[in-house]
Design a protein around this ligand. Structure first.
Ligand SMILES: NC(=O)c1ccc[n+]([C@@H]2O[C@H](COP(=O)([O-])OP(=O)(O)OC[C@H]3O[C@@H](n4cnc5c(N)ncnc54)[C@H](OP(=O)(O)O)[C@@H]3O)[C@@H](O)[C@H]2O)c1
Length: 229
C-alpha cells in the first residue's frame, strides 16, 4: 500500500487530508508536536509526535520512509502561529524554513528512499505582504523561494507547491473547504507534478500579477480591508 506522511496531520487541512487519503486506500501516517484529535484515529495507521524542524523529527520521518515501496510527504504544518508572542512567531519561521530544509536534507542524503513526491502547502501570503502576519508572510515567501531553488535541479523528486487562498468552513464566503483542498492534494499524490499549483484557480492569474506589482496589490488589499472593517 502506498504510504503518505501528513506533516501537520492534526490541523484543519491535515485532518481532512488524512480522511480523504484513508478513504482512497493509502496508508496514512500523521505528524504533529502534540496530541491529535480522536476523530482521525480511524484514518491513520501511525503517528509521529515530533517537531519537523528538529533532527529527531526528520529522523522519525526517515524511519517511516525506509523500506516503503512508495512514500509521499505532504508538508501542511506551517501556520500563522496560535498567538502573537515573538517566540511563537519565530516558531513559524522554524517550521516553514528549518522544517523544509531538514526534509530536503533527509531526502538528499538518502537517495535510496522511494519518495513518490513532496507536496508543500504554500499560501497567497507568500506573495502578498501582510502587516497582520509579517512573520508568516515572510516565512512562506522564503519557503516558496527555497522550493523554486531546489526543484528539478537539486532534488530529482517531483515537488509541488500548492498556493492556497483562505481555507475554512463551507459557509464562509471566499473560503475553500478543507475537504476540497484535501482532494486537490490527493490528485497530485496520484499524479505527481513538479511545479506550482493554485487553489482557488483564480490565483493562477493573481499570483504572477502580485509578484510583478506587489505595491499595487498591497494598496488594493489595504483598501479592501478598510472597507470591510
Ligand atoms: N488555513 C488556511 O486558511 C490556509 C491558507 C493558505 C495556506 N495554508 C497553509 O496550509 C497549511 C496547513 O494549514 P492549517 O490551516 O491546516 O493549519 P493548522 O490548522 O494550524 O494546523 C497546523 C498543523 O501543523 C502541526 N505543526 C505545526 N508546526 C509543526 C511543527 N514544527 N512540527 C510538526 N507539526 C507541526 C500542528 O500541530 P502541532 O501544533 O500539535 O504541532 C497542526 O497539526 C499551512 O502550511 C498553512 O500555511 C493554510
Amino acid at each position: 500500500m502506498d504510504k503518505v506522511i501528513v506533516i501537520g496531520g492534526s490541523g484543519l487541512i491535515g485532518k481532512a487530508l488524512c480522511k480523504v487519503l484513508a478513504e482512497e486506500c493509502f496508508e496514512v501516517i500523521g505528524m504533529s508536536r502534540t496530541q491529535y484529535s480522536p476523530e482521525i484515529d480511524q484514518y491513520v495507521s501511525d503517528w509521529i509526535y515530533e517537531d519537523v524542524a528538529t533532527s529527531e523529527g526528520t529522523g522519525l520521518i526517515l524511519e517511516k520512509c525506509s523500506n516503503a515501496d512508495s512514500v509521499s510527504l505532504v508538508f501542511c504544518c506551517g501556520n500563522h502561529g496560535h498567538d502573537a508572542s515573538i517566540a511563537n512567531q519565530i516558531g513559524t519561521y522554524q517550521t516553514n524554513l528549518v522544517g523544509i530544509s531538514r526534509i530536503w536534507e533527509m531526502t538528499r542524503s538518502n537517495p535510496s528512499l522511494n519518495i513518490n513526491c513532496i507536496i508543500i502547502c504554500s499560501s497567497l501570503m507568500g506573495s502578498l505582504p501582510d502587516r497582520h502576519f509579517p512573520f508568516y508572510a515572510a516565512s512562506k515567501a522564503g519557503l516558496d523561494h527555497f522550493i523554486r531553488s531546489i526543484r528539478n535541479d537539486q532534488l530529482q523528486i517531483p515537488i509541488c507547491s500548492i498556493v492556497l487562498g483562505p481555507v475554512g468552513s463551507t459557509n464562509a464566503r471566499g473560503m475553500t473547504p478543507p475537504d476540497k483542498v484535501a482532494k486537490y492534494i490527493s490528485g497530485f499524490i496520484k499524479k505527481p507534478y513538479s511545479g506550482e499549483a493554485y487553489l482557488p484557480r483564480y490565483l493562477k492569474v493573481l499570483i504572477p500579477s502580485i509578484r510583478v506589482m506587489p505595491n499595487f496589490w498591497e494598496r488594493i488589499l489595504v483598501g479592501f480591508r478598510k472597507r470591510r472593517n
